[in-house]
Write a protein that binds this ligand. Structure first.
Ligand code: OAD
Length: 219
């Protein structure tokens, strides 16, 4: 399972810690359904800015090492909290995107869901072909994960011999619950992070350092 830290070496800011987005911006003003209902253009301006930042980024050696793991290890499943699309760009096949995808839009009226990689967006806020207001295809605070996604992730975790937890503060639920879930299911849990997390003391192995350096070595 990966988090924002795996994309840090690609130049995409993380959410927490030094230089994290939630230091500069308030999540409740930008990443909640209430914020969007109150001010769609403001929320869209922020996502438009992030999309432009992410559009310049390319996968780093950590994303690429996970592609190699997928090719060589049968039963490998990639679970990510990231919405940046760098795992897709690196060439990962099946990805469980717990928090959605910043490169997809969803209609708030008819529910249509479509890919959109335009940066910057030509018009803010964007609209659906049906005329309805479109929203970013991501999961906001207070929203449920995409249908069936957590079940699928738990299924993969319960079958795993090894669970790698890479570049996540493991502080956002339900994603973070997969760490104790993996331990209970009997997987060896290996954390790769530049810093400590709430689970560092309980995992089987905590590797301290940048994912772009450690993952290729581990592989
Ligand atoms: P965070 O920003 O909370 O945590 C990033 C983690 O990556 C931290 O533990 C850092 O120590 C670590 N890190 C930073 N650089 C690293 C590197 N080069 N190599 C390895 N580790 C590194 O990001 P997430 O845990 O992904 O949700 O955040 C979870 C969710 O909170 C996000 O998906 C997003 C956010 O609010 C929503 O928007 C719903």
């Amino acid at each position: 399972m990966t988090g924002a830290g795996i994309s840090a070496e690609s130049g995409i800011p993380t959410f927490r810690g030094a230089g994290g987005l939630w230091k500069e911006f308030k999540a409740e003003d930008l990443a909640t359904p209430e914020a969007f209902a109150k001010n769609p253009p403001l929320v869209w301006e922020w996502y438009n800015w992030r999309r432009q930042l992410i559009a310049k980024a390319v996968p780093n050696p950590a994303h690429k090492a996970l592609v190699q793991l997928e090719i060589r290890k049968r039963g490998f499943t990639l679970i990510t909290q990231n919405v940046d699309g760098l795992h897709d760009l690196a060439g990962s096949g099946k990805i469980l995107k717990l928090h959605g995808d910043i490169w997809r839009l969803r209609c708030t009226v008819c529910g249509a869901n479509w890919p959109n990689r335009k940066t910057p967006l030509p018009k803010i806020p964007p609209h659906c072909a049906c005329g309805g207001l479109a929203r970013p295809g991501v999961v906001w605070f207070g929203e449920p994960l995409p249908d069936g996604m957590m079940k699928e992730a738990e299924h993969a975790v319960s079958a795993a011999q090894v669970f790698l937890v890479i570049g996540t503060s493991a502080s956002v639920y339900p994603a973070a619950s997969l760490v104790p879930y993996a331990r209970q299911a009997g997987a060896k849990v290996i954390e790769i992070n530049t810093d400590e997390t709430p689970f560092s003391a309980t995992v089987d192995c905590a590797l301290r350092g940048p994912a772009g350096e450690l993952l290729p070595k581990l592989w």
